[in-house]
Design a protein around this ligand. Structure first.
Ligand code: PA5
Length: 447
């Protein structure tokens, strides 16, 4: 089994009849998703993607990845939010957080356009000095400020270094199929383009070219990733939460939310899961946090964060639950050495596998947090393979849609993201925002 939900550490917090009670709401959510009758149903392309993806484009992604691998030292991925997090999450989960130090002959991968930091931009430009560079700009709208600024900068860098003709061999664009300025600009310039499907929102797009091109550049088996997602799609077809762990997870979240558990902490025990946590936070935060509702998605990496946030989780405000991802077979082996002096008194661990200590730390923490009044969902993932990760990605996407429908929100829009942008554009003097600028300046002056 690729993924198993273990509810042993929930038993003190959820009675059996509560599962029975929520099954009706799960059925309604399932029907809305299957019949495409729920809110945001124009954005359900991700549901069938693992089986119905564009084979011709998939082959072009592999060919482009090969071309990038053979023609650069540094590959810059330009994008933000859903146009960035999935690729980085998969690359770090399957390769390493230290990818650039351990990638052998593959290009180093850096991320631009995911912040508004001059320091970060300067650093990247320094890194590119004297190196061969390729870029992949990823933006569905083509007009998002952060990646648009980064694209200007790196396009100029490539054109100065290789000339316009040379640069066009090194610029790869992932954007809307036909709408938007980035598509027409890229066609005119002769860049190779890939598609963000109309019916797939940014945070659900990791299994499109958005994620797959950078993931393939990192040498990851994208066929296995898609196969994992496809297997999950077929395994999670039943609405019955006694048979469907994905829907059971969505149901548990809502049962706990209704009991005042308004924060969910995704727990990883491996440093390589850190960016996966970030991807998950966007998926759930942007999908559910609306209409004054939603579970706040937080994340930790244990045991690191047991030494910082462990105190709060154990003893602090009782408004949270944890979802622990346990990678059952990590594929890594490290034996703890003996120390003849036994300075630290830890010789009872000599010869033991570090993974064994990790698993024991996890069980100890689960029991302690259960005692501390914190419910824990445990997701046991078979291993750290591309197949298992594809499976886990689909599990979380599907659960997110079902959970959002149970909560009574549209899981596929993000109206709240616009508020800061409007203020920023007005204050920066974007044409058309004059009235708003005057209002904001009056407010600032009044303060
Ligand atoms: O999930 C989303 O919709 C967002 O995070 C977007 O992906 C993000 O804002 C970037 O948008 P775009 O791809 O249009 O540049």
């Amino acid at each position: 089994m690729t993924l198993k939900l273990n509810d042993r550490y929930l038993q003190k917090f959820i009675r059996p009849d509560e599962y029975t009670c929520i099954q009706g709401a799960v059925n309604v959510a399932h029907d809305a998703l299957i019949n495409k009758s729920g809110a945001g149903s124009d954005f359900l392309g991700w549901t069938s993607l693992p089986d119905d993806y564009d084979r011709e484009e998939f082959a072009r992604i592999k060919a482009a990845a090969q071309k990038i691998r053979s023609s650069c030292d540094v590959f810059i991925v330009i994008g933000i939010g859903g146009s960035y997090l999935g690729a980085r999450a998969v690359i770090e989960f399957l390769c390493s957080q230290q990818y650039n130090a351990l990638n052998g002959s593959l290009p180093d991968i850096y991320y631009a356009g995911c912040n508004i930091s001059a320091a970060s931009m300067q650093e990247l430009l320094t890194i590119c000095e004297g190196k061969d560079v390729c870029i992949n700009v990823i933006s569905k709208s083509g007009t998002t400020t952060e990646p648009a600024i980064a694209f200007r900068v790196f396009r100029a860098l490539l054109e100065n270094k290789y000339g316009k003709d040379g640069a066009k061999e090194r610029i790869f664009v992932t954007t809307d199929r036909c709408r938007g300025t980035l598509k027409s600009f890229s066609d005119d310039a002769g860049y190779e383009t890939f598609v963000v499907p109309d019916d797939v929102g940014g945070r659900f797009s990791v299994l499109t070219a958005v994620g797959l091109l950078p993931i393939a550049v990192a040498g990851i088996d994208i066929d296995a990733l898609m196969q994992g997602a496809s297997d999950a799609r077929h395994d999670y077809a039943s609405p019955d939460i006694c048979q469907n762990d994905c829907y059971r997870y969505a149901a548990i979240r809502n049962i706990l939310y209704r009991k005042g558990k308004v924060t969910e902490i995704l727990v990883g025990y491996e440093t390589y899961a850190q960016m996966f946590n970030e991807w998950w936070k966007q998926l759930y935060g942007e999908s559910e946090g609306k209409d004054g509702k939603g579970i706040f998605p937080a994340s930790v990496i244990f045991s690191t964060d047991l030494h910082s946030l462990g105190q709060f989780i154990q003893d602090g405000t009782k408004n949270q639950f944890e979802t622990v991802i346990s990678v059952e077979n990590s594929g890594a082996s490290f034996e703890i050495p003996a120390d003849p002096a036994n300075v630290d008194g830890l010789n009872f661990l000599s010869g033991m596998q570090l993974d064994e200590v990790k698993k024991t730390a996890m069980i100890g923490t689960l029991l302690a947090h259960e005692d501390g009044g914190v419910p824990n969902i445990v997701l046991e993932l078979a291993d750290r393979s591309a197949h298992s990760l594809g499976y886990l990605i689909y599990f979380f996407e599907l659960a997110c849609a079902i959970s959002g429908y149970i909560l009574g929100v549209n899981p596929f829009d993000q109206p709240g993201v616009e508020a800061y942008k409007k203020n920023m554009f007005a204050l920066l003097g974007k044409p058309g925002y004059e009235q708003q600028k005057a209002e904001l300046q009056a407010r600032l002056g009044a303060n």
